[in-house]
Design a protein around this ligand. Structure first.
Ligand code: FAD
Length: 498
């Protein structure tokens, strides 16, 4: 019989930080991961520029959305790392601290548990673990863009990376590098559901044959860190979720918690693509000389994280005194084609709806052959008038950035959407057909002050004793910056307090 002080479910960004912090505090931890414990050994994981190659691979535990009506009925693939390291096995490695306004908003909504100083102190601790580095190499095209934008007095920064000497560093590495790692027992297994005794969570049940997989017992508590797409599904399979979901599922004991799986949010990016005929195309750097340069000199295009540099625009909300942020980034690729090769150089200016107002949901339903369950993902992208309006504003702001680059003769023709698309209807159609996920789903088990929220602001499950959630599902709103650094800091903070 396996047992530990704490069970942590999911060895991704937050799970590895939580396990390490708990272990450093002297607790024994059983860290259960659905994917391979040696996933980080795959060469494509370590070579930064190759991460899109990992989408749809065995290391991808992601899901496709259901058809999105505001995106021309498209189903977007939402990749998620599966294996020790979670999504840090295949993310773009950008290490960006949260914006002050988002920390203030968390504090305003959550009070004492979310004091900005406490989050920042935790941020400093995980940053010391990660030791993010400045890019070892930046493409000549993006370097030229940075120069031109700086000359125009725009705030632009080459993004810091969660790398070491140009090699991807995963969340799993952060755990391995700790002297306390011996207190963490990693286990491969897919957690089907929580084990519940009365009102107390006592452990988790893994998938086995049918429903009778082995149980791992927690002496103190179970911490869910399976991510925004998987944690709500574990709760629902455990009988905690919206009542109507259970009409179709065989779950014996049900606790009605309508908020589980709701409030799902994601960053949507609109790619504006330009010809850059004076620059070599950035094609998948997977040739022997490129790999050798990366191995021996820790430099060259293999180090490239694609979204090399960027910044924020704070845009006035028409008719109000407030503004909303749009993150933008520059990549030396044709965003819609990479990793497929292109004949000429391209630059993509990606403009992101950083504070989306659309809210989606995630639910669980029986598989069509009734052998198990499936997760249905519906982010409802662009389902609000505000997001639609902002997406058009985003195109126009992206074009202003591009105009600076064009006047410096760095880029040429706008390939997509193309200047022929200038009417509101044409641009709206472009957004519907080509906007993509930026891979930042959050919010599907959000904390809040109301009794209806899934979690208290202390990240404790309201329905039961002995269960906490510390992953991307907990955020009540999408932070404007890339979320990984903030999420790791949150896991550190709450693992320090429990
Ligand atoms: C392609 C891509 C690019 C990105 N780029 C960036 C970036 O540059 N910067 C940034 O800040 N953020 C980026 N992100 C987002 C960031 O990586 C995620 O927000 C963050 O990793 C989420 O952490 P998490 O711990 O919530 O989940 P994850 O890191 O996804 O970890 C969840 C873990 O739980 C495991 N799991 C799931 N279900 C079960 C189960 N039932 N039983 C056992 N284990 C389970 C999974 O296998 C996985 O290992 C990117 C993400 C992707 C996919």
């Amino acid at each position: 019989m396996r047992q530990a002080d704490y069970i942590v479910v999911g060895a991704g960004s937050t799970g590895c930080v939580a396990a390490r912090r708990l272990a450093e505090r002297g607790f024994s931890v059983c860290l259960i991961e659905a994917g391979s414990l040696t996933a980080g050994d795959a060469p494509a994981v370590r070579r930064p520029a190759l991460y899109p190659r990992l989408f749809h691979s065995p290391l991808d535990g992601g899901l496709a959305t259901i058809p999105q009506s505001a995106l021309a009925g498209r189903r977007l693939h939402q990749p998620r790392g599966r294996g020790f390291g979670g999504s840090t096995l295949m993310n773009a490695m950008i290490w960006l601290p949260p914006r002050r306004a988002d920390l203030a908003r968390l504090y305003h909504q959550g009070g004492k548990a979310w004091q900005p100083e406490a989050v920042q102190a935790a941020m400093a601790e995980v940053t010391a673990w990660v030791r993010p580095e400045a890019p070892r190499w930046i493409s000549p095209l993006v370097q030229a863009c940075i120069g031109a934008l700086q000359a125009a007095e725009l705030q632009v920064q080459p993004y810091q990376r969660m790398n070491h000497d140009g090699v991807r560093r995963t969340a799993g590495d952060l755990l391995h590098q700790s002297a306390a790692a011996f207190r963490v027992q990693p286990v491969t297994g897919f957690v089907d559901r929580l084990e519940i005794d009365g009102n107390q969570v006592t452990g988790v049940r893994l998938c086995g044959d049918g429903r009778s997989g082995p149980v791992v017992w927690a002496r103190q508590a179970v911490i869910l860190t399976a991510g925004a797409l998987h944690t709500p599904a574990i709760l629902i399979r455990s009988g905690i979720g919206p009542q109507q979901v259970f009409d179709a599922l065989e779950v014996s004991e049900i606790r009605n918690c309508p908020a589980v799986g709701q409030n799902l949010q994601d960053h949507l990016v609109i790619p504006l693509i330009y010809a850059a005929p004076d620059y070599q195309p950035f094609n998948l750097p997977n040739q022997v000389p490129q790999i050798a340069r990366w191995q021996h000199l820790h430099s060259g295009p293999v180090c490239c994280n694609l979204a090399e540099a960027g910044g924020f625009l704070d845009v006035d909300e028409p008719g109000t005194a407030s503004c909303y942020p749009l993150q933008w980034f520059l990549t030396p690729t044709h965003y819609l084609r990479y990793p497929h090769p292109t004949a000429e150089g391209s630059l993509t200016v990606g403009i992101v709806l950083s504070h989306p107002t659309s809210r989606g949901q995630l639910t669980v339903a029986p598989c069509s052959d009734r052998t198990g369950t499936q997760t249905l993902l519906d982010p409802r992208y662009l389902s609000t008038a505000d997001d639609l309006a902002r997406s058009l504003a985003a195109v126009s702001h992206g074009r202003k950035l591009a105009a600076i680059l064009a006047s410096s003769r760095i880029i040429g023709r706008e390939q997509s959407p193309g200047l022929a698309r200038s009417s509101t209807t044409a641009l709206q159609r472009y957004v519907q057909r080509y906007a993509q996920t930026l891979y930042h789903p959050v919010g599907s088990c959000a904390w809040g002050n109301s009794a209806n929220s899934v979690l208290t602001p202390q990240l404790t499950l309201r329905e039961l004793e002995g269960c906490h959630i510390w992953d991307a599902s907990i955020l009540p709103f999408a932070p404007a910056a890339n979320p990984n650094a903030l999420l790791m800091a949150i896991a550190y903070l709450f693992a320090s307090r429990i």
